[in-house]
Design a binder for this molecule. Structure first.
Ligand code: SF4
Ligand code: SF4
Length: 495
């Protein structure tokens, strides 16, 4: 099989988790929440709730048309109606269902999973519960388990390798893990899966020890914990599978017998199976340039600006707002945006002071790409408007890990350019022309020699569109590191 994971692509990068890793979740209930009234493709929900309807936590609001499963209310209160807000998944303003929170927190429950369930019962319950991946991807859990490919291992991803984010860490240390362990046992039994490994990074020994203690008490020898190298992107499925099991795959982990679930997702499955609870609240990390960095338990659909206000507001007039951690997420132009269910952090950074320099053709972005892409070549092709070439360069395999921006010595936000180009490929290259991309050659250590760079091509970022505009991730993080270093020195010097 083609070798996808570059052995030396992973980096140890600063975690910047000190602000919140010891912060127990604090509760925040906003006055209004906004739930997407469309699916991920912008298609309106079916069987949508009417304006004026009274809802409780767990009341159905409609049905997603892409995967045909229900969407549930995260609060109790009254449906106000539809309002337009920007969706970070669809990439444009779409209808959201506005709900006025009555702060009573009244809940309705589905039936818990029946005793002695079959695989079909489990799949049906995951679908009925509308469980999606809560670690960022938002992929429906029932589809992962409804596979005909033989699966031998479940990996629970507790690596949380993105800087700044600590939600899985604090949840893993403070939550009752028994419902999750019971759910794992049910999935192993019903889906004929041999084992489950709960995986985190070596540096999170306290978390691994706590989980191992609970696993030992639970007493199912098919479940174990595993420590993997503390590098980025250890939490990316391909890297995690390679580190934990020494396996590789082409498109989906199931090809090599593995299903990966995030820790919070498996906890949500535990609550669904045991109590019939649907996802209402989730814990997110709010950190960086905010007055009270915290892990906040908040209903999904809260506006980012309300959550920021709850955390004391920004500490700077000028900030870079990120919908997640600094490596993978998008820059937001606005904070009047609802938090989607799969978002696990809001990170606020100082704008950077570094200026982009021309590409040096050093090959660092290529050498560090975990899926062996040539990010600078993709960006140059995109600048020429040659999106078919972008497609041929396997752009659709980009996992938006941000490493190419992080390692670029010219401070070019390479990954933002690739992300923008990927969007353009989906818009400009007709589906019929998106022939299967040619087999990827082994990535060269340095990019192939290219025509001299014209002055207007000196930046790796695209000019058009604003989806990913903002300063380079690496430089914004470098600034944070620098201010922490100075703060540390000031402390030592008693300033
Ligand atoms: S963001 Fe995409 S192109 Fe850049 S290193 Fe990650 S996978 Fe490769
Ligand atoms: S984009 Fe940056 S990392 Fe990539 S080849 Fe150019 S200078 Fe090097």
């Amino acid at each position: 099989m083609e070798h996808f994971l570059s052995s030396d692509c992973c980096q140890h990068i600063p975690g910047f988790k000190g602000q919140t890793e010891h912060s127990q979740p604090v509760d925040f209930q906003p006055d209004y929440v906004y739930i997407p009234a469309v699916d991920n493709h912008g298609v309106p929900l079916g069987k949508m709730v009417a304006a004026g309807a009274e809802v409780k936590v767990g009341s159905a609001l409609g049905e997603r048309q892409d995967f045909c499963f229900p969407v549930y209310s995260p609060v109790s209160g009254q449906v106000v109606g539809l309002v337009k807000k920007k969706s970070t998944v669809v990439g444009r303003p779409v209808d959201f269902i506005q709900i006025k929170n009555d702060h009573k927190g009244e809940r309705v429950y589905l039936e818990p999973l029946k005793a002695n369930p079959t695989k079909a019962d489990v799949i049906a319950k995951l679908s009925e519960g509308g469980i999606i991946g809560l670690g960022g991807a938002g992929f429906p859990a029932f589809i992962k388990y409804n596979t005909k490919t033989p699966i031998d291992t479940i990996l629970i991803n507790a690596a949380e390798c993105e800087p700044f984010i600590t939600t899985d860490y604090v949840m893993g240390l403070s939550s009752d893990l028994k419902p999750m362990l019971k759910a794992i046992k049910i999935l192993l039994d019903t889906c004929s899966i041999e084992k489950c490994l709960i995986v985190s990074k070596e540096e999170k020994q306290e978390l691994l020890d706590r989980i191992q203690k609970e696993v030992s008490k639970f007493g199912d020898r098919r479940i174990a914990t595993l420590a993997i190298r503390s590098v980025y992107p250890a939490g990316y499925e391909r890297t995690m599978i390679s580190f934990a099991l020494h396996r590789e795959y082409q498109k989906l982990p199931s090809e090599c017998g593995v299903i990966v679930n995030n820790l919070q997702t498996m906890m949500a499955i535990g609550a669904l199976f045991e109590k019939g609870e649907t996802v209402g609240e989730k814990v997110i990390t709010v950190s960086g340039a905010v007055k009270k960095p915290s892990n906040v338990r908040v209903p999904y659909g809260a506006l980012i600006k309300d959550v920021i206000a709850f955390c004391g507001g920004y500490t700077l007039d000028n900030v870079v707002l990120l919908n997640g951690g600094p490596m993978c997420s998008e820059y937001l132009n606005d904070d009047d945006i609802p938090l989607l269910e799969q978002v696990d952090a809001i990170t606020v950074l100082k704008p950077n002071k570094f200026k982009e320099q021309p590409c040096l053709r050093c090959g660092a972005c290529t050498a560090h790409c975990p899926v062996n892409l040539q990010p600078c070549e993709i960006n140059f092709a995109a600048k020429r408007g040659d999106y078919e070439r972008c497609f041929d360069l396997s752009i659709m395999d980009c996992v938006s890990c941000g490493l190419c921006s992080y390692v670029c010595p010219s401070h070019i936000d390479v990954s933002a350019g690739v992300k923008q180009a990927k969007l353009m490929v989906t818009l400009k290259v007709p589906r019929a022309m998106r022939k299967p991309a040619p087999a990827k050659p082994a990535a060269p250590a340095t990019p192939a020699p290219a025509a001299p760079i014209k002055p207007e091509e000196k930046s790796g970022a695209l000019k058009s569109g604003d989806v990913c505009e903002g300063p380079a991730i690496k430089t914004a993080m470098a600034e944070q590191a620098e201010s922490r270093r100075i703060a540390g020195q000031d402390k030592k010097e008693g300033k």
